[in-house]
Design a protein around this ligand. Structure first.
Ligand code: ZN
Ligand code: ZN
Length: 271
């Protein structure tokens, strides 16, 4: 009798084990099926707009630049209807105002700037210049900052030692970069010019990558403003200013950009 009971118990156990195994297999199959179904449901795509032409597109197809999107490289390189270049880093400065009515810029003024003076060779000083243009320079950080922290100045563009192009003012507006100045008899150059600051000084050659960035910027400025001419700050304010200075290679700049010689009314000699 006991033998039969043990046999029955053994058979029951075997049956339950087999059933359990089948169930596990079934469950695993179900899970795989559910996962496969889930994978087939596409994630909802974020739709973004081109900053330049406003066309809508899936984010995965757009070119991202900071928190902006563009539909094409061509539109990254354009200056948009608000006067902002897509390929630059936008760091708006409050130091700006309107150009006189109907004035379209026809002069690019090249400058140099270095804060604290000369220290760019040892560390990244570009953020200090951006702070300066945004009236956020901390005078406690350097004795020189105490002297200049209250000045209210800006430039449309700044090119860092690493070749980053930063835009602080729309090209449609007036930046405060030229000061008392005269270009071929026309005074108040801020009214009709675009300021481009190169991070540097009179003692160090500008970086090759800065010339590349300046070339890129100048070509696209010329596309937006075909009548634009080029001068240095020292050309339009010779009694007060020496920048971009002896280190700036006008010849190299002209050769890289292929901008016509008559767009350089002060010539190509380093000065
Ligand atoms: Zn576009
Ligand atoms: Zn200057």
């Amino acid at each position: 009798m006991l033998k039969w009971l043990l046999l029955l118990l053994g058979a029951t156990c075997f049956y339950l084990w087999l059933k359990g195994k089948k169930q596990a297999k079934f469950n695993a199959a179900q899970e795989t099926q559910t996962k496969a179904k889930q994978a087939k449901i596409p994630e909802p795509q974020a739709i973004v707009q081109c900053q330049y032409c406003r066309v809508h597109m899936p984010q995965s197809e757009a070119i991202a630049q900071e928190d902006r999107f563009y539909c094409s490289t061509e539109h990254v390189n354009c200056i948009d209807s608000q006067g902002w270049a897509g390929f630059t880093h936008w760091r708006p400065s409050p130091n700006q105002d309107h150009r006189p009515d109907g004035v379209i810029p026809d002069l690019a003024v090249i400058h140099h700037i270095s804060l604290p003076p000369g220290e760019f060779k040892d560390r990244d000083c570009t953020p200090f210049i951006v702070d300066f243009f945004q009236n956020k320079l901390n005078p406690a950080l350097h004795p020189y900052f105490q002297e200049i922290a209250d000045q209210r100045v800006s430039s449309h563009f700044l090119i860092s030692r690493k070749g980053e192009v930063i835009q602080c003012v729309s090209t449609q507006n007036k930046a405060w970069h030229a000061g008392l100045s005269s270009f071929l008899g026309r005074e108040k150059c801020n009214d009709f010019s675009i300021g481009i600051e190169l991070e540097g000084d009179n003692n160090h050659a500008f970086e090759e990558i800065q010339y590349q960035a300046l070339t890129h910027l100048s070509k696209h400025l010329q596309a937006a403003y075909p009548n634009i001419q080029f001068a240095g700050h020292s050309d339009i304010a010779p009694d007060r200013k020496t920048d971009p200075g002896i280190q700036f290679d006008w010849d190299k700049f002209q050769a890289k950009t292929q901008i016509l010689l008559d767009k350089f009314p002060y010539g190509l000699d380093s000065r």
